[in-house]
Design a protein around this ligand. Structure first.
Ligand SMILES: [Zn+2]
Length: 67
């Protein structure tokens, strides 16, 4: 099983707003409320990340075929 990893691409005032899955490149966006804690925005993004399904199969743009 390949391990997937969430990477933060963009932060606004230390709050993560755009992240991506390092495995399939899917992007996740959160719209933080003005008074939201960075940890809450991160948690919301993490939830999206946990819920998504990596689309490694079928879309053969990134086939790392290393034996
Ligand atoms: Zn993914």
């Amino acid at each position: 099983m390949a391990k997937r990893n969430l990477r933060i691409l963009k932060r606004v005032r230390n709050i993560p707003v755009v992240g991506t899955c390092e495995l399939c490149g899917e992007q996740f966006h959160v719209n933080p409320h003005p008074h939201e804690m960075p940890s809450e925005a991160q948690a919301a993004m993490q939830q999206q990340f946990n819920a998504h399904k990596c689309k490694l199969e079928g879309q053969g743009s990134e086939t790392s075929a290393e034996a």
